[in-house]
Structures are given as C-alpha cells and as structure tokens.
Design a binder for this molecule. Structure first.
Ligand code: SAM
Ligand code: SF4
Length: 344
C-alpha cells in the first residue's frame, strides 16, 4: 500500500471499534465540512482570513458520506457538522440527508455561527438535522462587530429564531469569554438566552487561534465566569453523573429548570472521558483537537482503498490518541492547523 505515511500501530484484533490505549471509545464524530468562514472572530482567525483549502482537496459529498458511514460502522453514534462555517457548504442539506440514511442512523448536530440559518434551518431539519449549537459571544451588536469583525448580530438572532421554529430544539448557544471584550457582559448574555429559552454554555478560550496569540494568563477561566454569573444568579451544580461524557459542568439557574454550562477545557480538562474523533474537510482523521499528527483518508480513498483499508488507518490513529491535550505542559505545542481548519 503506497499511501501509508508511517507504519501503523494497530490495536489488537480482539478489541473492536474506535478504542485507544487508555480504554476510551470514540462515539462522537466531529466533521468539518468546510474551512471557510464569513466571520472573523478575533480568537479564531486573522482579519484577512486564511488560505482556504482548494476545492479538489476537499472531500466530495460522496466521499464524506462514505467516510462517516465507516465511522458509524466503527461505533460512532453522534455526528456533529462544523467548520469553518458549515452553512457555507452549498450541499450541506444533501450531506445531512446522506448521513441520516446511514444504519444505524446517528444523531446529527451542527455547530454554526448562525449567519444564514434563517434561510436554511427548515431545509436542514427536513434533511435530518436533529440539533444545533449557535455560537454567540455577546448580545451587544457593537461588541459583536468588534469581536467577529462583521456587523451580523441581527442575522444570528434571526438564525436562532428559525432554528427553534424548525424544531431544532433545545437550541443551544456556545460562548467564549474574552478579557476586556465581553467578559463583563456574560450575565447579560445568560439573561438574553434565558428569556428566549436557549441553553447557554461558556467555553474557555483554547490555544487554537490561527495567529498563535493565545495567552493563558489572559484567558477568562471557568471559575471567573462562574463567579461573574454568581453575582446575578444563584447557581447550583448538577451532579456529575448527570453529565455523562459531556464536558460542560452544568448549573441550575436560580433553582432551575433553566441551566447554564461552563466548559473548563483548559483549567479542568475532561480528556479522560473524551469520546471524540474528528474528520477534517480534506479527509484527515484526527484523534484530538490538539493532536500533532493526523492520518490521511482522502488519498487512499482516491487510490481505491477498500473500507477495510480505511478502517485500518482510522483504528490505528485512534489507538495513538494521547492521554490528554497537554496544554500547560512543558512540551505542549499548539497544532499547526487552527480550530477553523480542524473543525471546532
Ligand atoms: N463557525 C462555526 C461556529 O463559530 O460555531 C463552527 C466552527 S467554530 C471553530 C466552533 C466553535 O469553536 C465556536 O463555538 C467557537 O466559538 C469556538 N472556538 C473557536 N476558536 C476557539 C478558541 N480558540 N477557543 C475556544 N473555542 C473556540
Ligand atoms: Fe468563523 Fe466560527 Fe472561527 Fe468565528 S469561531 S471565525 S464563526 S469558524
């Protein structure tokens, strides 16, 4: 086989599925359907954008659906479409319906910035999309503009409404708190979400920006977010057994039933319970957001690899998954691909 870039270290034959040497099992596949984006969030991309993948390097719909089918065969039960901005892929509804036709049908979710969702939510729900997370870091249109470098807050607002109307419930909102930019308004964001029935989760900023400017000392920590929210709301932690492998620590807001989540991806990593695996828009499998390497599936597939050949590559990549992301450890290296090209 000419396409194998390095010798594969395979898991033992008697261990099935997407397992690694620490006993974790991959069940949640994140698929980047494009690396392009129509916003320029400062913590993600430079103002001028990035050199986008040339079209011939991107997986076609058929290739993408074939690979997702292989992951489903290997035990994946949830597929999350992401990017870049997934709504920019013209054929997104076809991709969703192709995934929805797989057996067993995985749950299909999407992470989006919400721009254009007002036009697409209905079609995507019909195609089989089950749930959506909309990223929104502030509800102040001016703050939104300076954070995303685009004046599109109204589009996101309409997108959220359309998602709800299309039955993509519960609608979830993801937010990153940035020091000196929106960290003072996290309680306003929560109130805005509570008023509309959206479930909000904050996530700590991670060293995945294309500009490599992340600074741990400047990061707004989960503890800080919790105490800022605590100034306005009474937060009661939900028992961790109700969290499963979900990374967010969940809190009841003022006794519930409304909840808010805080994901301490850097200050309290959840790597030990990680069940994720990733497929990039150009057909590389990654065992972690912070993996230093990835394994090519597109090349072999285009050279005629069988499903069994591809399974061999995927399982070997999972077997090589490291114990944790290692942020803060002396040998930590930020991945060369930024979050938008890996699929967040
Ligand atoms: N464009 C879509 C969006 O913004 O939802 C999907 C891709 S985006 C890379 C996925 C998620 O990653 C978003 O919620 C975004 O806020 C988050 N994100 C991007 N860069 C990040 C960083 N450096 N640290 C933490 N989260 C980040
Ligand atoms: Fe685009 Fe999402 Fe990155 Fe913002 S976070 S620039 S919306 S990919």
């Amino acid at each position: 086989m000419t396409w194998l870039p390095r010798p594969l270290v395979r898991p033992p034959q008697d261990v099935a599925g997407l397992v690694d040497t620490f006993g974790r099992v991959g069940r949640d596949l994140r698929v980047s359907v494009t690396d392009r984006c129509n916003l320029r969030c400062t913590y993600c991309m430079p103002a001028e954008g990035l050199p986008w993948l040339p079209k011939p390097e991107m997986l076609t719909d058929e290739e993408l659906i074939r690979l997702v089918g292989i992951f489903v065969r290997l035990g994946v039960r949830q597929v999350r479409l992401t990017g870049g901005e997934p709504l920019l892929r013209r054929s997104l509804a076809e991709v969703v319906s192709g995934i929805a036709a797989l057996e067993p049908r995985p749950k299909i979710a999407m992470t989006t910035n919400g721009v254009g969702l007002d036009r697409l939510a209905g079609r995507l729900a019909e195609a089989g999309l089950d749930r959506v997370n909309v990223s929104l870091d502030t509800v102040d249109p001016e703050e939104f503009r300076s954070l995303t470098r685009r004046d599109r807050f109204g589009d996101v607002e309409r997108g959220l409404k359309a998602a709800e109307a299309a039955g993509l419930a519960p609608v979830k909102v993801n937010a990153v708190a940035m020091r000196g930019i929106n960290d003072h308004s996290v309680a306003e964001l929560l109130q805005w979400c509570l008023d509309r029935g959206y479930e909000l989760r904050f996530i700590e900023q991670m060293p995945l920006d294309a500009q490599h400017q992340w600074d741990r000392a400047a990061m707004v920590t989960a503890d800080e977010i919790r105490s800022r929210l605590g100034e306005r709301y009474h937060l009661t932690p939900l028992p961790s057994e109700e969290r499963g492998s979900a990374p967010a620590e969940m809190f009841l807001v003022d006794g519930g039933p409304e909840k808010v989540g805080i994901i301490a991806s850097v200050s309290a990593p959840f790597c030990a319970a990680c069940d994720r695996v990733r497929l990039t828009a150009d057909g590389q499998v990654r065992n972690c957001l912070f993996a230093r390497g990835e394994a090519d599936l597109r090349g072999p597939m285009r050279e005629g690899a069988t499903d069994e050949d591809l399974i061999d590559i995927i399982r070997a990549e999972m077997w090589a998954k490291r114990r944790g992301h290692g942020i803060g450890e002396p040998d930590f290296e930020q991945p060369t691909r930024p979050m938008s090209a890996i699929g967040g």
